[in-house]
Design a protein around this ligand. Structure first.
Ligand code: 5GP
Ligand code: ZN
Length: 109
């Protein structure tokens, strides 16, 4: 997807601070952080949202996010996948938010 900002980040056409990378996914800080730690974990392949990707890839990106969190956020964390307009999704390339470093509220807004 040539006009997708996260595809450009995944291809390293737009530079980001890479927190984790493997052949299938990339983790980098959110440009507008909502917590002391706020990373985005994206598959390198373009999927519009969580309904479009297969189990294997979904498992891979979830384990990548959990692995980062396990090492860096021992007090706990939250992983969020906003989906669609009602879900608050603003970038149509599947991404997991990894949030931590503060007390998370429930229910979320
Ligand atoms: P969504 O609202 O779709 O769940 O999350 C999209 C996230 O991407 C937002 O938290 C927003 O701050 C972040 N974001 C949008 N554009 C960029 C960008 O160019 N670079 C980075 N690092 N984050 C971005
Ligand atoms: Zn994309």
């Amino acid at each position: 997807m040539t006009d997708c900002i996260f595809c450009k980040i995944a291809n390293h056409d737009i530079p980001v601070k890479v927190v984790f990378e493997d052949d299938l996914c990339l983790a980098f800080p959110d440009i507008n952080p909502q917590a002391p730690t706020h990373l985005l974990v994206i598959p390198k392949q373009h999927f519009a949202n969580v309904t479009q990707a297969g189990d294997s890839l979904l498992g891979h990106v979830l384990k990548a996010a959990a692995g980062i969190a396990e090492k860096s956020l021992p007090g706990g964390f939250r992983i969020v996948i906003n989906t669609g307009e009602d879900g608050g999704q603003t970038v149509d390339h599947l991404h997991l938010h990894l949030l931590g470093g503060r007390d998370m509220k429930w229910p979320p807004g």
